[in-house]
Design a protein around this ligand. Structure first.
Ligand code: SF4
Ligand code: SF4
Length: 406
């Protein structure tokens, strides 16, 4: 029998206390309002705010979980719409956990796993992602052989032919979307500037599987996770560094159960912060920019990685760091969460435009973030809204402050 990362697996009914206890108090519909001065920005559940019906808020989905449990309701197209328009952004869990210690977002993740097991999830529009995984080892339809193209000319070592202390794992989006190549190249260049011994898998890098897990397909996710874990354990690396917030999420939360315990997993924002504090890199060149930092849900609410990216931006000379009204634990999802953009692109864009409006509201010239899916959503929003706001990966102003170009 194939080994599993989760043994035993957590399944929906194990969280029944959560969805039976949910009192429909609806605290989870808003931010922590005491930390958000303007009521214009108090709502923070994208699906509830967009579709309005109670079912689309966490309170409604908790009731759906209860109804499924006691067979009061059956899966339907409308129930599937409710479940797959959830961004899995964890804003509801951020609110609820403070007062009730319940885990609504975890319930919705496990509802998706139940949906896939029972054959009524994910959405038909998600099927091409799965087909591409089977064909290309990435969900985005790009030939596997091209996965290392982003790194051309950087002089990074290549595993397994060469050995290095650090494995830089680019992730599915950064290594397949040419618009993101400057961002991922900047991240790798910062590590090289710091003198780190960095290697990549290049074309041999395979999907981290995070998108499959978001869609509820744990079996498919684990197929990739196990292959990757075996590869990572065989490389002899000390640290895995990734700029992809979703890869960092599954590496830290899932892979570490089987990964060689001597291997550290870090998101680049954590590494950049440490390199600056240890004087390994010195941001000295002025980068005049009024920038607001957007917290990716999978870094912020999932791992409390709020300060490292802000420390990096504060270290960049000339950069004025602004904050969204909905910042840090109150952050609004960019619209790229939960695999939503692949099935509901208009609603995903609506969410991204709401976040872009917030950036303009604080007078930002640029949004800086540290997740490839956030970058993609903000760029779509800027184009759709005809906005002049610039969108940068955290690595880009940092590399510029080192006096280097991509
Ligand atoms: S999920 Fe939590 S915060 Fe939301 S309605 Fe239920 S008990 Fe209240
Ligand atoms: S995870 Fe996000 S989108 Fe889903 S119900 Fe909670 S707040 Fe709403």
């Amino acid at each position: 029998m194939k080994k599993r990362i989760t043994a035993p697996r957590e399944v929906l009914h194990e969280l029944q206390q959560d969805y039976f206890i949910c009192t429909k108090c609806k605290i989870c519909q808003a931010v922590h309002v005491q930390f958000c001065a303007d009521s214009r920005f108090w709502r923070n559940c994208p699906s509830g705010t967009r579709f309005r019906w109670d079912a689309y808020y966490a309170s409604g989905k908790m009731e759906i979980a209860r109804g499924l449990h006691i067979h009061e309701i059956e899966p339907s197209d409308s129930l599937r719409h409710v479940l797959y328009t959830c961004m899995l952004c964890s804003s509801c869990q951020e609110q609820c956990y403070e007062v009730k210690q319940l885990h609504p977002t975890r319930v919705f993740e496990l509802m998706r796993e139940k949906a896939v097991r029972e054959g009524w999830g994910p959405m038909p529009e998600h099927e091409p992602l799965r087909e591409s995984m089977e064909k290309n080892d990435n969900p985005f339809g790009v030939e596997a052989a091209k996965r290392g193209d982003w790194a051309e000319g950087l002089g990074l070592k290549r595993f397994p032919e060469e050995k290095a202390e650090v494995l830089f794992f680019a992730g599915d989006a950064y290594s397949t979307d040419p618009d993101l190549f400057p961002a991922v190249r900047a991240a790798a260049q910062v590590l090289l500037e710091a003198g780190l011994d960095v290697g990549i898998l290049g074309a041999a890098e395979k999907s981290d599987g995070a998108l499959m897990l978001l869609l509820g397909d744990r079996d498919f996710f684990e197929t990739y996770a196990f292959e990757n874990i075996e590869t990572f354990n065989s490389l002899g690396v000390k640290t895995i560094v990734t700029p992809d917030a979703h890869a960092a999420w599954v590496f830290k939360e899932e892979y570490t159960r089987e990964l060689d315990p001597s291997i550290r997993v870090r998101h680049v924002s954590e590494v950049f912060d440490r390199l600056i504090r240890k004087d390994k890199i010195k941001p000295v060149k002025e980068v005049p920019l009024r920038a607001v930092y957007h917290d990716p849900c999978k870094l912020g609410r999932r791992f409390d990685i709020y300060d490292p990216p802000r420390n990096v931006l504060r270290a960049v000379p000339g950069l004025e760091l602004l904050e969204f009204p909905r910042a840090a634990f109150n952050s609004l999802c960019c619209g790229g969460g939960g695999g939503v953009p692949y099935a509901f692109p208009d609603y995903a864009l609506w969410t991204a435009k709401e976040r872009l409006y917030e950036a303009e509201w604080v007078g930002a010239e640029a949004v800086v973030t540290s997740c490839p899916y956030c970058l993609q959503m903000f760029r779509k929003a800027v184009e759709a809204a005809g906005s002049s706001v610039k969108v940068y990966d955290l690595a880009e102003p940092l590399l510029a402050s080192l006096g280097k170009e991509v």
